[in-house]
Ligand binder design. Sequence first.
Ligand SMILES: C[S@@+](CC[C@H](N)C(=O)[O-])C[C@H]1O[C@@H](n2cnc3c(N)ncnc32)[C@H](O)[C@@H]1O
Ligand code: SF4
Ligand code: SF4
Length: 250
Amino acid sequence: MKADVIQVVRSVESSSAIEGVHHKLKRYPRPVRDIHQIELTTRCNLRCKYCPSPQKLRAHEDMTDETFAAAMDMVTFFVRQGTQTELSLTGIGESLMHPRFVDMVEFARRVIGSKRDLVVTTNGLLLDDKMCAAIAPFAPKVFVSLHRPEKAGPAVEAAKRAGIFAGANPAPSVSAFDWAGQVKWHVSAPRTACEYLRLGWGVVLVDGRVTTCCLDATGGGAFGTVWDDPERLAMSPWDLCSSCHMDVPK
Ligand SMILES: C[S@@+](CC[C@H](N)C(=O)[O-])C[C@H]1O[C@@H](n2cnc3c(N)ncnc32)[C@H](O)[C@@H]1O
Ligand code: SF4
Ligand code: SF4
């Protein structure tokens, strides 16, 4: 397909997506059914140009113990309700930099039980044999992002030795997005329905706000906090949806 044709297709797609946002707003707000991700820190030891982290759209800080405990209470609610699925300890930052990372993995495993997946996505810089041995008893599924091969390679090997390697993530190269226009990067990810809105997945930000999706670099999509009544949490499409590579579901 020629570049200009692709451009036309994209603009038709995005205009129908914007109409979709307004049309489908009537079907929202939709109840939150699980906490899909918890952002343990907004600090990072890399500055990838395709990520919002270096832009510092929010303060770079670690989640407090109090906030993490409240997030775990909220996860407990959804576990008891029977709607909690997997939990990822990943946000816009590098989770392994949190000084209490291992304790948090242990706490999260206790709360979600043995049958649900506990996921961590890391750039691998701190994922050595010692770290793998510390978290392996809690059976996380560890994905290593391929930002720096000289760091990611040894991290993959360490995770394999510990039996916690789940996969490598080359997304910025092969399934890329521009964070709904928040960073300058190409978009090659396929258009799919937004799972956050479709399934009611909440994302806990480092400061305890609960937001609509993992693309929220500013906190602008927040609709509550971990201290709120989970039964009253509900999400709707928000400003960023109109420039997102994903479609707002009916
Ligand atoms: C924001 S990072 C946070 C976790 C960790 N710091 C890491 O890099 O794995 C989460 C995931 O987003 C991916 N990512 C970042 N920018 C991206 C982009 N522009 N397109 C696609 N994936 C991206 C990263 O490769 C990583 O797998
Ligand atoms: S993609 Fe991950 S490693 Fe790279 S800057 Fe963002 S948070 Fe850090
Ligand atoms: S910006 Fe909207 S459509 Fe895109 S991932 Fe977030 S909630 Fe979903």
